[in-house]
Design a protein. Structure first.
Length: 64
């Protein structure tokens, strides 16, 4: 495998990982979103209930 093939494979894996992580949940500021499962400490809402929920928003204030 040459350096070019390695770089392409690395980019493809990074893109796949990014999309797979973002598929688990999202942060919203719309309190009417029917998918909300948690309220973050900064006032945002999350559709995730797993590990890392609200991790960049001060942590979980409470789950719904």
């Amino acid at each position: 495998m040459n350096i070019r093939e390695y770089q392409v494979k690395k980019i493809v894996l990074l893109v796949c990982f990014t999309f797979s992580v973002s598929a688990f949940g999202y942060i919203t500021y719309d309190p009417n979103d029917p998918n909300i499962k948690a309220v973050c400490r900064d006032g945002s809402y999350s559709t995730s209930k797993g590990r890392g929920t609200c991790s960049h928003h001060g942590g979980v204030d409470h789950y719904l």
